[in-house]
Design a binder for this molecule. Structure first.
Ligand SMILES: [Zn+2]
Length: 307
């Protein structure tokens, strides 16, 4: 780097644990990337300061300012204004304007987007959805993030709340969900959901992670395998609903739980075969996300570029 003429965009993915940032060229090449702790517990000013510090460190590495900055963050984002109405990761971000102070401090255009939408834009640009005009992304992490990409654009909905695919109902009388509903997909097919399914069968003491359930499955533990197959069934039910509503053919699945792919893919496809109209169900493709932890950052950078 160090070339004074380098034109690039910064993409930032602000998660509950880390802020990931990258300098991305207009062609989608990552020129540099870095991350730092979010430090949510120290309040929103600290998080905003960390976003600024990470941005400065990227700029000082590249040695020339970016053309614009895109930020992906969990929560309900009011479109153009970039106001964060509320966020599950940041309890004190209510009607919070992250964008204006950053634009003033950096003298650059800043675009704010929901993190799952940013990930879908990233996968649609250079990942598993490259060249596709219509697809849904499901990111199976601690919770479930969703993005609906239609006609080559992310579908945000009237209030910016579209694509909450983790809250598709799977069991009307099922587990309580933070959204107010019960039996949402997220309660069964996220890392938290997998842990709840395991605890429902066998009480566990202390810390227990979804990874430990994956390890048990890998050792042939029938209960663990059954739970991961259940993830597939739940996903298949939700995806069938999406196929019926949207008639989309491509579904991209990412996030840490996608590591259990070999266990859940067969029951997932089985549910679609059993439940969907044949003509639409037969055309469904389920692909693994390929950008991994970079998806949100890449999508945020792509958004910063504009059209
Ligand atoms: Zn829910």
């Amino acid at each position: 780097m160090g070339d004074l003429l380098v034109k690039y965009f910064i993409g930032l993915d602000v998660g509950g644990t880390n802020i990931r940032g990258g300098a991305v060229s207009a062609e989608g090449k990552i020129l540099y990337k870095s991350k730092m702790a979010t430090n949510v517990s120290r309040g929103r000013q600290e998080v905003a300061d960390n976003i600024l510090a990470l941005t400065h460190s990227i700029v000082s590495y590249i040695k020339t300012p970016p053309s614009a900055i895109g930020i992906g963050v969990a929560g309900l984002i009011r479109g153009e204004e970039g106001i964060i109405a509320e966020s599950p990761n940041f309890p004190d971000w209510i009607e919070y304007d992250l964008k204006t102070p950053l634009e003033k401090a950096l003298k650059l255009k800043v675009v704010v987007e929901n993190d799952a939408n940013a990930a879908a834009i990233g996968e649609g640009w250079l990942g598993a959805g490259a060249g596709e005009k219509n697809f849904c992304l499901l990111t199976l992490g601690t919770g479930i993030g969703g993005g609906v990409f239609l006609g080559g654009k992310i579908w945000r909905g009237v209030d910016g709340m579209a694509g909450e695919l983790g809250h598709i109902n799977i069991h009307p009388e099922g587990r309580r969900c933070g959204c107010g509903n019960r039996g949402c997909l997220e309660q069964y097919a996220s890392a938290q959901g997998i842990i709840k399914s395991y605890q429902g069968r066998r009480p566990v003491k202390g810390e227990f992670s979804a990874k430990e359930i994956f390890n048990l499955a890998a050792k042939g533990n029938g209960e663990a395998i059954d739970i991961l197959r259940g993830v597939g069934s739940s996903l298949g039910i939700a995806i069938t609903d999406l196929v019926n509503i949207l008639n989309v053919r491509l579904f991209i699945i990412g996030g840490g739980v996608a590591g259990a792919w070999d266990y859940f893919i067969e029951p997932l496809k089985g549910e679609i075969a059993e439940r969907a109209y044949k003509v639409t169900g037969d055309n469904v493709r389920i692909n693994k996300a390929i950008l991994g932890d970079d998806a949100g950052m890449m999508g945020a950078a792509r958004l910063a570029m504009g059209n």
